[in-house]
Design a protein around this ligand. Structure first.
Ligand SMILES: Nc1ncnc2c1ncn2[C@@H]1O[C@H](COP(=O)(O)OP(=O)(O)OP(=O)(O)O)[C@@H](O)[C@H]1O
Ligand SMILES: [Mg+2]
Length: 464
């Protein structure tokens, strides 16, 4: 098991010894001279294991451990203790250290501790994919979602699937309308008959009638032979009319007739043909607004929307993002022959914070690229959306300046400090207390931020 190990100790000889031994075992070893140094390195690139001395100047081993637990949960930390400090070691284990080893080292003991920590760490990463969060009540009919809004969709799908009523699926692009249409078909007794899709936006108006209802031989120039339309092809099954809002006025009338009479007329045909078709339609525009403006027939709207189902945009159900990511990582691992098993917290928060204008399709494409370009177990990071946090409002209103009460210099000093404290606090809140990200955002160093937090008494507020 080759791993990236960070060794932290203020004593050069210990760093040298540990580096030599761990490198010999095939690990890639980096060293840091104290806790603050280590924090900088951990923030800059990923590690699989930290081995740290307990007593160091500045940030102690325990403080470093606390930092790791908070900022990089799951990263195993092994602490090095001089003999006689077993109490501290026990405290460290309680806090969440993986293990501790005592100085002077027994090299076997060291190797065992390292191997064990790495095994635990690997198992944890695998869990991320394995622990079957994709249980029955989460993913239904290939649809992933466990937020209440999606559970509502599933229950509606289940209840109406086997009835002949029309269903109108309403939702932004990429929210899963087609998937739900297929689920309705698959859950119905029509499932062995055809599922036929017609994209109402993609076919030129002039050809559309024949496309939908078919034509007889010689019905128009070029109609060399008779041809059934999609309605006939879907006989006994389901007809999915996608982008129904694009349907022209003429065809709206004809479609309404087909739905009411359950018969269709081929272009150039002389007798109506009976069809048994369940119609599901979908739209990403506000069909009711089209009705209001007169662009869409109201009677057709009510015919099509006996059961309307609204598919919420992804940004309204962010809790589903992690399980969707997991679902797509597994899918693309398999398709692309990859073995991504790590989506760390920083990545996941970028994925959950993005507003996903292209909804699930956009998320799916992003994960596909991330898996395709992955280096080993880690999903590629440069394909992830750059989340711009909401801008912070500037200064709060200032109280009036009253000369005599307080000099100009003090007035400015006090209020500048208040403004600074306020901006830092709100940035920390937006970054969920993550100091590294907050510092990046404020464009100051981590160290400077930590000093400011101390100065303004903000360490407790975010648990620093
Ligand atoms: N709940 C879901 N669980 C898993 N995958 C989903 C889910 N919803 C959608 N997808 C996937 O997202 C992609 C987009 O879904 P779909 O094509 O059904 O969206 P749509 O609403 O029809 O979009 P458009 O309006 O652009 O046609 C598909 O690859 C689909 O498999
Ligand atoms: Mg679609």
């Amino acid at each position: 098991m080759r791993a990236r190990v960070l060794v932290v100790d203020d004593e050069p000889s210990i760093r040298t010894v540990l580096k030599a031994h761990l490198s010999r075992d095939g690990h890639e070893v980096t060293t840091a001279t104290d806790g603050a140094d280590a924090v900088g390195m951990l923030g800059a690139s990923p590690y699989d294991l930290v081995i740290s001395d307990l007593k160091m100047p500045g940030l102690s081993g325990l403080e470093l451990l606390a930092w790791c637990i908070r900022e990089q949960p799951g990263l195993p930390v092994i602490l090095i203790t001089a003999h006689g400090t077993v109490d501290t070691a026990v405290e460290a284990l309680k806090l969440g250290a993986q293990d501790f080893i005592t100085k002077p080292f027994d090299l076997d003991e060291l190797k065992q501790a390292v191997d064990k920590a790495l095994r635990v760490e690997r198992a944890r990463r695998r869990n991320w994919l394995d622990d079957s969060m994709l249980g029955r009540d989460i993913g239904r009919f290939d649809l992933i979602g466990r937020t209440p809004s999606m559970q509502k969709v599933f229950s509606l799908v289940e209840r109406v699937a086997d009835s002949p009523t029309t269903v109108l699926l309403v939702g932004e692009s990429g929210t899963g309308k087609e998937l739900v249409a297929r689920a309705l078909h698959e859950q119905s007794s029509r499932k062995n008959a055809p599922f036929i899709t017609v994209n109402c936006g993609a076919i030129p108006e002039a050809l559309f009638e024949s496309e939908l209802f078919g034509h007889e031989k010689g019905a128009f120039t070029g109609a060399a032979s008779a041809k059934p339309g999609k309605f006939e092809l879907a006989d006994g099954g389901t007809l999915f009319l996608d982008e129904i809002g694009e349907l022209g006025r003429d065809l709206q009338v004809k479609l309404l007739r087909a739905l009411q009479e359950r018969t269709i007329d081929r272009v150039g045909g002389t007798r109506p043909i009976k069809v048994d078709v369940r119609v599901v339609s979908a739209t990403n525009v506000d069909l009711q607004a089209l009705v209001a403006s007169g662009a869409f027939r109201e009677d057709l709207y009510y015919r099509l929307a006996v059961v309307p189902i609204r598919l919420p945009p992804l940004r309204e159900r962010r809790d589903d993002i992690p399980i969707l990511v997991r679902h797509f990582v597994l899918r693309f691992n398999e398709r692309l022959g990859k073995s991504v098993s790590v989506v760390d917290d920083a990545m996941m928060s970028r994925l959950t914070e993005w507003h996903w204008p292209g909804n699930i399709r956009e998320l799916e494409n992003t994960v596909e690229r991330g898996v395709l370009l992955a280096d080993g177990e880690n999903m590629a990071e440069d394909v992830l959306p750059e989340v711009e946090p909401a801008p912070l409002a500037g200064s709060p209103a200032l109280p009036p300046f009253e000369p005599g009460e307080i000099g100009l210099k003090d007035y400015v000093r006090v209020h500048t400090a208040k403004l600074e404290r306020d901006l830092i606090l709100r940035s920390l809140e937006q970054e969920s207390g993550n100091v590294t990200r907050t510092a990046r955002r404020l464009d100051i160093s981590r160290k400077a931020l930590q000093l400011k937090m101390k100065e303004y008494g903000l360490r407790d507020e975010v648990g620093e």
